[in-house]
Write a protein that binds this ligand. Sequence first.
Ligand SMILES: [Zn+2]
Length: 480
Amino acid sequence: MKKGELVKIKLIGILQCIAMYCSLSTVAISQTPLSPQSDQALLRGIYKELVEINTTDSVGSCTIAAEAMSKHLKKAGFDQNNINLIIPDGGPKKGNLVVTIKGKNSLLKPILLLAHIDVVEANREDWERDPFKLIEENGNFYARGAADDKSMAAIYVANLMRMKAENFIPQRGIVMALTCDEEKIPSKFNGVEYLLKNHRTLIDAEFAINEGADNLVRSDGTKVFVAVMASEKVFQTYTFEVTNPGGHSARPRKDNAIYDLARGLVNLGNFAFPVQLNEVTKAYLEKMSKFETGQLSQDLLAISKNTDSKDVFTRMSDNPYYDNLLRTTCVATMLSAGHATNALPQRAKATVNCRILPGASVEEVYQTLQKVVANDKIKITPDHEAVKSPPSPLTPKIMNTVSSVTEQLFPGLPVVPTMIVATTDGRFLNNAGIPTYGITGMFKDANGGFIHGLNERLPVSSLFEGQEFLYRLTKGLVSE
Ligand SMILES: [Zn+2]
């Protein structure tokens, strides 16, 4: 057999595999009621277009993405007066799009559908595939923003177009805001902050639906629960800095900025903040104890009942998915030091990013960090002022509507309130009196789709399930 033939046979095999996978995933998809084929095709096109517009802070433009989305809505028949492209002064690439559908009852406040269209940086060399091309492979969409958060943004646009085609007029108005700079903290062009400050009436709402809820699916494809994210951790970044007179590298001394900083960081790496539960995490762990098995199930139940067993916490620390819910975390994320190969370092600097539990004191975290590094030479300064975010109340309207849509799409699956270990733009809305809930209808595994990381992905089935879920949810929420 010639080498070429072998390659050909292998290729056919791979194609068959892909085809088989496709037919399998179609079967899996077809078990859940989905939007009509034409709406799925519409979403696929919008999603691809949005993902392939680079919206990173370095070289991308949210304005181009917002303009592209506004064109679809205009074409679908939305009145120009209800399409607002809002570009902040001094930030020409930081555009936001706000689109409204008026409700019949003007006494009712609208609901806000929020998604951010900016994405985290992605280096082509580090990725297996081009991060700015939507690539469908092995039942997943791969691209930067495939999950976070262009899936939701594209779904909103497609769903609004579907509603327009149906001449749907809700009781309560619908406002969709696609915003910029969620991924950049702090940013003077954060779209939600900017809109609240300068166009509050445009986005004012009874409550908001946002990213941040990952419905859990096991690696074997079993769906575990539908999440309502009602609480989030507080984001706070610190700079750790050591300065030193330095000198000639041929004459090293005991004190060295790099070594001082490194020792402090090793201490931090070995340290764990204490376990602290709140109502949402307690309820969540208790529910999860029923879905997990064996020792993990027992440990989760024990933690939800306030155990103080060291063994339980040690086992849990090997499971970052749960462990990060239990405590504040602080981790070194960036490092720089020195100024010449032949000089002792005059400066060593690290960035440490903390995710603080909603009930914990930011000031106490700062004091704890000082104790942990245990070296006066390491100067710790906060990079910005932390924005706290009160938990959103789990109202019957939200919970009943989510339960009802869940029962229609995923019969028998529980709805579980969750806390996100990260931060979303919901913090600005929560502080402005607009309770915000992470509800996506999309399922991800415990890795969360590698968002912010390499080879970000979203299961193909999740995108289309999310489309129909959010369509029904939106309609349910604005029917009264
Ligand atoms: Zn996001």
